[in-house]
Design a protein around this ligand. Structure first.
Ligand code: C2E
Ligand code: CA
Ligand code: CA
Ligand code: CA
Length: 275
């Protein structure tokens, strides 16, 4: 039994070493990918649950590696955050997403995910504003999705950053609500126009469950504060009906569409415009 235990430990060790090696490789290759234009931006629609129309697209990074195939954001975004590459990635993605959004109808917004590190860079707010100005996108059409993690950092920077951008008209969205150290304090303190309820709360989709009660409560609170409530990860029509009935104003998920390239997003919008 003792020998077995040692073997297991050794096996665990070598798989940890492998993981670390892959991490380091990905870190190096990500910098190269950013230089060589291996990354793409995909767009996932966010739908108004009353009208069924597209109100927004969330910009999501995609990496199609020439040798390794697709590397998922769940793998490379945390590595980019640890290595600092997220700043370059974020600037690149914001500019690219804003240029795409500038070609869409004016009532369709673009949402970009923002990592805590990105706002620590001096001039971060000005950088975002000049990127959208260069793209010809009105600040009111940009939404920045942040998670509760942001507020674990130095609050002075955050206050200035949020103030500067919201005064310019940029909107802030509280992402993945319910997964972190969700505190109502954040909603009270910061000017969020939207809450995205994490996918884990919609997975069931049945009325009468705990998740359903939480979605109802969050929707009710959000609405009375004048916020929009987006349900994430809607995969079935039953889930769509359930969250609409629970009071969510918007929905996002594979039931409507996966994240798609810019030309397909433009096609979706054109089809909608014709009907
Ligand atoms: P997120 O911000 O919560 O983005 C939503 C994720 O849920 C996306 O995964 C999307 O493809 C996925 N999703 C959407 N609808 C469904 C559904 O119906 N079912 C299921 N099972 N999943 C659905 P993705 O694109 O793999 O991104 C994962 C995470 O990586 C994102 O989570 C976000 O936190 C991060 N991320 C992606 N792109 C960027 C980026 O450009 N910058 C930053 N900072 N983070 C990013
Ligand atoms: Ca997001
Ligand atoms: Ca989310
Ligand atoms: Ca998420």
């Amino acid at each position: 039994a003792k020998a077995d235990g040692r073997k297991q430990i050794r096996f665990f060790d070598s798989s940890m070493t492998r993981d670390l090696a892959r991490r380091r490789e990905i870190e190096v290759e990500l910098r190269k990918a950013l230089r060589d234009d291996q990354l793409s931006v995909y767009f996932q629609p966010i739908i108004d649950l009353q009208t069924g129309r597209i109100r927004c697209f969330e910009a999501l990074a995609r990496w199609f590696h020439p040798m390794r195939g697709e590397i998922r954001p769940d793998e490379f975004i945390p590595i980019a955050e640890d290595s600092g590459a997220i700043v370059t990635l974020g600037n690149w993605l914001t500019a690219k997403a804003a240029r795409a959004a500038a070609t869409w109808p004016e009532d369709v917004r673009i949402a970009v995910n923002l990592s805590p590190l990105q706002i620590k860079v001096p001039g971060a707010a000005v950088g975002i504003l000049s990127a959208i100005r260069e793209a010809g996108l009105a600040p009111e059409r940009l939404e920045l999705e942040v998670t509760e993690n942001l507020f674990l950092e130095d609050s002075m920077n955050i206050a200035l950053f949020i103030e500067e951008l919201s005064e310019a008209g940029v909107r802030f969205v509280l992402d993945d609500f319910g997964t972190g150290y969700s505190s109502l304090g954040y909603i009270n303190q910061w000017p969020f126009s939207k809450i995205k309820v994490d996918r884990s709360f919609v997975s069931g989709g049945q009325a009468g469950t705990k998740s359903d009660a939480i979605i109802r409560a969050v929707s009710q609170m959000g609405r009375s504060l004048g916020m929009e409530i987006v349900a994430e990860g809607l995969e079935t029509i039953d889930q769509v009906r359930a969250v609409r009935e629970a009071g969510c104003t918007h929905g996002q998920g594979y039931h409507f569409s996966r994240a798609i390239p810019d030309y397909q997003a433009a096609l979706l919008l054109a089809e909608e415009h014709d009907t």
